[in-house]
Write a protein that binds this ligand. Structure first.
Ligand code: NAD
Length: 461
């Protein structure tokens, strides 16, 4: 460990030294590096596919659709827009500083650390990394040790192609991350659980290092009885059972308006069969639970009495069927923690007041979804309830739009990224007043005569 401690210190010092050489600040350099990242990832797609399949049987299609394509998109967007994003931004100059110019310089922060989660091992480590590179920083990436094969693949691909002083993947778990966190970074970008988020923030506080925390929580999905049931069920089934339910923004539970159950549940059942077939355990498109610990945790949440779809599992295969539970209440075991697996509880409601107060009495969710037609009810929820982000008549898809900042609020996190927001997250906006030397009014200088005060009052207020 002592050896590792020294290695981490050296690595960070190396990156700080490299950053101070100003090479990474050149926009052309950044664009070239982004293009190189894209090229090496594309050249190694089959290696990345194989690794993630080994981790939790994620298919090549899902790996492309929910991981790599998002990273490629982030790279292409940055390459296309970086010159504009990084440009000095002119703003108006106030009367007190006239004649003069005012502008904002987006500057990189320095040496940054990205800590990824296991559920989207590529996207959650590589997208923040791309944002940090686009903004001109050096980066150390620490993927999750839980998705071990994906972590090895990223380490090999990145470390074989980039110099450690600029971009490096460090592998390891709690011990290694704890050591890394003792180093002085200029920004830490963490994705994972709320409890570990607190550890990260505490460690960062010692160095006054700013953090982005992309955390989780229970994301409600409200379905009104006037919703288009077929499309609601189709989109919810996709969003919930994607990645075996191991998605931070998956609809955690359904709040279903009374009077809609028969139709909604019939559509849910139909859509589940349409996506994974009558025997999901044989489906090549249904992802497994990441490890035995999470498998057991999830199995314990299944209340057989309340299961209306699925409920079966295969321990040796870490398989849990897409499961729907009915007649659930907020007191049930399944409602006490983020599910993070293929179990969908349904809670019925007849009063929107009650529904809103239930959500508001709990930690602010990362996402919230509303299916329905009544604009008044929809707008009321959007106005009254705080959550990271979400969708009306859809679920999960909001994160694919890079024009929307992605991040949580309260217990679901702080800060955001995607597209230009990622660039901003890894930049400092330096404000500059560039003053002319032609005039120098005496008003701000002593003696503080009464006419000066009157004039100031007039000009400022
Ligand atoms: P986790 O917190 O267990 O692990 C995430 C990272 O933290 C890993 O790299 C791990 O090595 C590191 N880590 C774990 N324990 C640590 C410790 N004691 N000290 C220092 N580092 C430590 O999270 P997870 O299980 O990988 O992810 C699940 C959670 O993450 C869920 O709550 C989910 O909702 C959330 N999540 C959020 C987002 C988002 O974008 N907001 C995305 C994915 C997952």
């Amino acid at each position: 460990m002592e050896m590792q401690k020294n290695n981490f210190r050296k690595l960070v010092q190396l990156q700080q030294y490299y950053f101070n050489g100003n090479i990474t600040k050149s926009v052309d350099f950044r664009i070239a590096q982004l293009k190189k990242i894209l090229a090496v990832l594309k050249a190694n797609e089959s290696v990345l596919d194989e690794a993630i399949y080994k981790d939790f049987r994620k298919s090549s299609f899902e790996n492309y659709a929910t991981e790599l394509s998002l990273v490629y998109h982030e790279i292409n967007l940055a390459v296309k827009n970086l010159k504009v994003w990084a440009k000095r931004q002119r703003v108006n100059t106030d009367w007190a500083n006239t004649p003069g110019k005012s502008y904002i310089i987006a500057e990189p922060l320095g040496t940054t650390l990205v800590i990824g989660a296991w559920n989207y091992p590529y996207q959650l480590s590589l997208s923040p990394m791309v944002a940090a590179i686009a903004a001109g920083n050096t980066v150390i990436v620490k993927p999750s040790e839980i998705s071990l094969n994906s972590s090895h693949a990223m380490a090999k691909i990145i470390n074989d192609n980039f110099e450690p002083q600029y971009l490096h993947v460090v592998e390891g778990g709690v011990e290694e991350t704890t050591e890394l966190l003792k180093q002085k970074f200029d920004k830490i970008f963490y994705t994972g659980s709320t409890s570990v988020g607190k550890i990260i923030m505490k460690a960062a506080a010692v160095n006054l290092c700013p953090v982005v925390l992309e955390l989780g929580g229970k994301s409600p999905c409200i379905v009104f009885k006037d919703a288009s049931m077929k499309i609601a069920a189709k989109r919810i089934v996709w969003a919930k059972f994607l990645n075996g339910g191991q998605t931070c923004v998956a609809p955690d539970y359904i709040l279903l308006e009374k009077g809609a159950k028969t139709k909604f549940v019939a559509e849910l059942k139909r859509q589940i069969v349409a996506v994974v077939g009558e025997h999901p355990e044989e489906s090549e498109s249904f992802v497994r639970i990441i490890n035995p610990r999470h498998f057991q945790r999830l199995v314990n949440l299944i209340d057989k009495e309340k299961v209306i779809v699925g409920g079966n599992y295969l321990k040796d295969d870490l398989y849990i069927a897409p499961t729907v539970m009915d007649r659930v209440s907020f007191e049930d075991e399944v409602m006490q923690e983020e599910i993070f697996g293929p179990i969908l509880p349904i809670i019925e409601f007849d009063s929107l007041d009650w529904t809103i107060s239930q959500i508001k009495s709990r930690p602010k969710p990362l996402a919230l979804y509303i299916f329905g037609k009544n604009k008044k009810s929809i707008n009321r929820i959007l106005f009254e309830v705080s959550f990271g982000g979400g969708a009306v008549n859809d679920a999960v898809m909001h994160l694919s739009n890079s024009n929307l900042p992605f991040g949580g609020v309260g217990n679901s996190g702080m800060g955001n990224y995607h597209g230009k927001y990622g660039f901003d997250t890894f930049s400092h906006f330096k404000s500059i007043l560039d003053k002319s030397t032609l005039l120098e009014p005496t008003i701000k200088y002593a003696p503080y005569l009464s006419w000066k005060r009157k004039l100031l009052q007039k000009l400022i207020e």
